[in-house]
Design a protein around this ligand. Structure first.
Ligand SMILES: NC(=O)C1=CN([C@@H]2O[C@H](COP(=O)(O)OP(=O)(O)OC[C@H]3O[C@@H](n4cnc5c(N)ncnc54)[C@H](O)[C@@H]3O)[C@@H](O)[C@H]2O)C=CC1
Ligand SMILES: O=P(O)(O)OC[C@H]1O[C@](O)(CO)[C@@H](O)[C@@H]1O
Length: 379
């Protein structure tokens, strides 16, 4: 069986590639990084290290790679033959890869009538829906019916912390042992793939929002507050009492939002929070605050990990102020890192237009939204 996976980066190699290999797929990675592609084709295998007190190394075999800039035709050919397509490229890159995917799917539809599913494994709500929308923007009206019949775009939630890698072997990936990959079953076309470690659910929304507004909301606290306090790694920041107070407060607020929206059990949700805080303190993983804070404009988006739980919290509590989420949002607005394009753009925007207009543009919050005042008090 052939899986074509876009993005041979941290999560691509350290999570999705590993599970696909264990499910007996040959995985063809598609990437724009020529060095990574070359190295995968040279070695045809790589190691994943599960970072824990007793670490374990798993070798992922049966892999190859295509450089989509140099060899787009090979990507189209791979899509024609694929049994599954997955992505882990970052939400903003889905639009970029969609044109080539559309070409591959169009070519495939001419001769291959076997259904195919495309799963976007990105930190966002509706990642595969977005990929579908972008793919469909590149096809003709006449192709819609065949695409609707043949191609499924099930949404997914993926959870595993894979920091930036500093290994001598450029393909080796060190990952936390924990993982969760939840995929929406009704959206599949044809057979649902058997992949050990994947949980299929009927409705993904509660899972993806619980994950995004707990794991990613929580992670944003040591990232943005930690950066503000001068910490370099998540682990260092997590040992600061002030960071601990803010993360607990922020997760209590986002917790209230998801518990009341989806009727989650309060005690079970608290256990979920505690487990996640423990994962951020894993001493065997060194994760830079700038990786977790990357892309602050995306992270301050209306449906992302900070603004959405804060505004839902205000709705479900009849207007109570999400103080700790507001502190984290303020720290995100204050995030400065010259190597991060979005951080630079955000600071330019704030300097030019001020916080209120920036929140309107980036977060979709009108100036008179009650959350704006709460945030302004923390900036
Ligand atoms: N690292 C982590 O712990 C987790 C990451 N994620 C999500 O997974 C996605 C990827 O994140 P990471 O693996 O951390 O990033 P990464 O930067 O390590 O990997 C992204 C890969 O995509 C490749 N890429 C960029 N543009 C491309 C294009 N046009 N075509 C093909 N490949 C392209 C890059 O060269 C890189 O190899 C993001 O959406 C992230 O939110 C989700 C859960 C965990
Ligand atoms: O990958 P993103 O969306 O930039 O955000 C980083 C976050 O995602 C993760 O990489 C994985 O969930 C976390 O480590 C962190 O919360």
């Amino acid at each position: 069986m052939l899986a074509v996976h876009f993005g041979a980066g941290n999560i691509g190699r350290g999570f999705i590639g590993l599970l696909l290999n264990q499910a007996n797929y040959h995985t063809t990675f598609v990437d724009v990084n020529a060095a990574t592609v070359e190295e995968i084709n040279k070695k045809q295998q790589y190691n994943v290290v599960l970072a824990a007190e007793e670490s374990e190394t798993v070798t992922v075999k049966n892999v190859s790679a295509i450089n989509s800039i140099a060899d787009p035709d090979k990507v189209i050919e791979a899509i024609r033959e694929a049994d599954l397509i997955t992505t882990a490229v970052g939400p903003n890159i889905l639009a970029i890869i969609s044109e080539l995917i559309a070409k591959g799917l169009s070519e495939r539809a001419k001769t291959n009538k076997k259904p195919l599913n495309l799963i976007a494994c990105e930190n966002m709500v509706g990642g595969s829906d977005l990929l579908k929308e972008k793919v469909y923007s590149h096809i003709t009206e006449a192709e819609h019916a065949a695409f609707d019949e043949l191609y499924g775009f099930p949404n997914a939630a993926v959870d595993r912390i894979v920091p930036n890698q500093v290994n001598e072997d450029p393909l080796e990936v060190s990952v936390e042992p924990y993982f969760e990959w939840v995929v929406e079953e009704p959206a599949f076309k044809g057979e649902v793939p058997t992949i050990d470690g994947v949980t299929y659910v009927q409705d993904l929304k509660p899972y993806i929002e619980r994950k995004l507004f707990t794991v990613n909301t929580g992670h944003a606290v040591p990232a943005y507050i930690g950066r503000q306090m001068g910490y370099k790694t998540i682990n260092e920041a997590m040992h600061d009492e002030k960071v601990q107070e803010i993360i607990k407060g922020a997760l209590a607020e986002s917790g209230e939002a998801v518990i009341q929206t989806y009727d989650f059990d309060r005690a079970e949700h608290q256990e979920y929070i505690n487990k996640i805080i423990g994962r951020f303190m894993n001493p065997y993983i060194s994760d830079e605050v700038t990786r977790v804070a990357r892309g602050p404009i995306r992270k301050l988006g209306a449906h992302d990990r900070l603004i959405r739980p804060a505004s839902v919290y205000m709705e479900v509590t009849g207007g109570k102020e999400p103080t700790y989420l507001a502190k984290t949002i303020a720290a995100a607005l204050n995030y400065k890192f010259d190597e991060d394009k979005e951080a630079v753009e955000l600071q330019q925007m704030i300097a030019e237009h001020g916080i209120v207009k920036t929140l309107e543009k980036v977060s979709g919050l009108d100036a008179d939204h009650p959350l704006v005042g709460v945030i302004l008090r923390e900036v």
